[in-house]
Design a binder for this molecule. Structure first.
Ligand code: C5P
Length: 227
């Protein structure tokens, strides 16, 4: 299981300071909407300047018509990042168009499908999808696998079942991790490190419990020891 640290801080400088603190660990970094909208490709370059071996997950959660998504995916593949994600609910045609467009690129990034956000609980999920998380997350996983995506973004609780109905190599990446009983904030389906391990999660994404801790470097160290 790999740790991916979310760089969701309010300024480029604060994100880079955090990346410098943890540059010698075997970790991934996640650049999401806030940081990418503000700093664009510059943040990727600056992170590579800190450690050229940093692996980066660009979390932009694409959702659009198939041609627009495929165009965006081919631009993303040029940036030099290692994972990006698209919404499974954008549909089979959109997912297939993305994969077709980037499949011939040498060392193409890993593509993950966003299933059910970890900020949903059963009640507010039913409110918008009129179904249960359990049913839909497996259904989304099957679709993403059929469309040849490399894996899925899901909660730790769904990871093991998803691997069972797809295949063990279908990657799972789980946000909503609270390693030491921290506040769940806006996340609803939160899990700790043991639950993530038991459920065979490949990547855990952790933001606030690290960057809001008194000593982010020590928190990363403690997490790495436990995984
Ligand atoms: O601070 P916290 O640990 O909750 O951060 C989780 C990170 O993972 C955030 O950057 C959030 O945008 C991202 N994420 C998520 N749920 C998804 C996909 C990404 O929480 N399904």
């Amino acid at each position: 299981m790999k740790l991916c640290v979310a760089l969701d801080l309010p300024t480029l400088e604060e994100n880079l300071k955090l990346a410098k603190m943890i540059k010698d660990y075997d970790i991934w970094l996640k650049v999401g909407l806030r940081s990418y909208i503000r700093d664009g490709k510059k943040i990727i370059q600056e992170l590579k300047n800190i450690n050229s071996n940093f692996k980066i997950f660009l979390d932009l959660k694409l959702y659009d018509i198939p041609n627009t998504m495929a165009d965006a995916a081919s631009e993303i593949a040029e940036i030099g990042i290692d994972i990006f994600n698209i919404h499974i609910t954008s549909g089979a045609q959109a997912m297939k168009s993305v994969m077709q467009r980037i499949n011939n690129i040498k060392n193409r990034p890993i593509v993950l499908g966003v299933s059910v956000l970890t900020s949903f609980d059963n009640q507010n999920f039913k409110d918008i999808y009129n179904s249960t998380i359990e049913k839909k997350s497996l259904f989304f996983a099957k679709k993403a696998n059929e469309c040849k995506l490399d894996g899925i973004v899901c909660s730790a609780y769904e990871s093991k079942n998803i691997k069972e109905i797809t295949n063990p190599n279908f990657l799972t990446l789980s946000p909503g991790i609270r390693p030491f009983g921290e506040e769940s904030n806006d996340q609803k389906r939160v899990a700790n490190l043991e639950i993530a391990k038991e459920n065979l999660v490949d990547f855990i994404v952790i933001g606030r419990p690290i960057y809001r801790s008194n000593d982010p470097k020590y928190t990363v160290e403690k997490i790495l020891k436990r995984i």
